[in-house]
Design a protein around this ligand. Sequence first.
Ligand SMILES: C[S@@+](CC[C@H](N)C(=O)[O-])C[C@H]1O[C@@H](n2cnc3c(N)ncnc32)[C@H](O)[C@@H]1O
Length: 209
Amino acid sequence: MFNSWRRAVSIAQIFIGEILFDGSVAIDATVGTGEDTLFLASSVGPSGQIFAFDIQEQAIAAAEQKIKQRHLDKRVKFYLASHEALVSLVKVKVNAVMFNLGYLPGGDHSIITKAESTLAALCQSMELLLPGGRISIVLYTGHEGSLEECTAVEKYVSKLDNKLYNVIKLNFYNRKNPSPFLILIEKEGPRSEKQAAEIDSGYSQPADY
Ligand SMILES: C[S@@+](CC[C@H](N)C(=O)[O-])C[C@H]1O[C@@H](n2cnc3c(N)ncnc32)[C@H](O)[C@@H]1O
């Protein structure tokens, strides 16, 4: 599938898609329209598993339908629950977590992700993340509460240990404000035995790096 950089969501999918393989496990922390859920379900193969969260019935119902239409429903477990419940509901380690914050496009704009619950879910995601795993966060500015949420997330990720995590912020420079931005997190470590062997042999890093 072609993914343009025009949309923050597409960039997040490129970043996450790179590490997913048949049998991967991933979380969609904010189902919304189900676009990321569908992307994740399509990327983890028949033996993969997706856990998908949203607090709005409307979002879960529409996403469930999308997933069923593509016969991917065996791979996705939906939860009509806040992502604060991640660790109590997801009992396995995961390769990836996607967050797309803010409100449901075309839905009630007063139902938004909030700093406190987003941070709780992010901390829990870090606990569940496998070595080599990745987290994408798409953040929006301009709506009420967004500044508080963005500030809280940025403060948290900027303090992550740089020996364990690579953390990147991406902005659209040539757009008028407010535009979304991305935070991408990668947990250090090999994703597979093959990659571990490559790292051990020095193959995956140039000698002068
Ligand atoms: C920007 S939308 C997500 C877009 C989605 N990823 C997509 O592909 O369309 C944000 C979603 O987060 C949901 N949300 C808000 N607070 C939440 C929470 N505490 N836990 C889980 N989902 C939440 C909203 O209901 C909304 O559907």
